[in-house]
Design a protein around this ligand. Structure first.
Ligand SMILES: [Fe+2]
Ligand SMILES: [Fe+2]
Length: 194
């Protein structure tokens, strides 16, 4: 059983995002393990890798990054944290790069039917780039940007963000609820976690 990270009403917005980072990191750890198996020539676990890509596309790139881009970052900017040439601009650029790697992983999986070796090589390069990018991106948000945010957000900002986050969490992403997406993380970890 995996503990749900479904937000509680008392949870500050940055803490909610950090709890989502923890879920994303669990799937990144699975991705790293599966990359290792493929790189050692053991097996290319296409089915599990496709589940991981679906999780990254919907939970990380769509749900989580939407909360940051559409809700948190504009408030941080309004409270004086710079966007252009500053930490918010860097985070937005990294989200853009992350979505590119996710697309490349998905396309490479589709192309396995045509030229398996080339497609798997493309997948592994994109997956390694994604792993490295997201790992350091999450570290910077948790340890730098969110700490800055906690200092500048007012109580009213926190309340409004909590309501907005709740609204995003209730959407469905390609027909999947947030709970179903978290379940993908749990299934992958049960199968491939240490
Ligand atoms: Fe982010
Ligand atoms: Fe994040």
């Amino acid at each position: 059983m995996h503990e749900s990270t479904t937000p509680t009403p008392q949870m500050p917005p940055t803490a909610e995002l950090t709890s989502e980072h923890a879920v994303i990191k669990r799937v990144l750890a699975v991705l790293e393990r599966l990359i290792g198996r493929a790189r050692r020539g053991e097996a290319f676990e296409a089915e599990s890798l496709a589940s991981a890509v679906e999780f990254f596309r919907l939970f990380a790139d769509a749900c989580h990054h939407a909360k940051e881009e559409d809700l948190l970052f504009p408030v941080l900017e309004a409270r004086g944290i710079p966007k252009e040439g500053g930490p918010i601009g860097v985070m937005l650029e990294e989200h853009r790069q992350a979505r590119g790697y996710t697309r490349e992983m998905a396309t490479a999986l589709e192309d396995r039917d045509r030229d398996r070796e080339v497609a798997e090589g493309r997948f592994l390069s994109a997956a390694e780039n994604y792993l490295e990018l997201l790992t350091q991106h999450i570290f910077k948000e948790d340890n730098v940007l969110f700490r800055m945010g906690d200092r500048v957000l007012t109580g009213d900002d926190q309340q409004k963000l909590a309501v907005g986050f709740c609204d995003v969490a209730c959407r469905s992403f390609d027909g999947k609820t947030r709970e179903q997406l978290e379940a993908i993380a749990g299934e992958l970890e049960d199968r491939w976690g240490s």
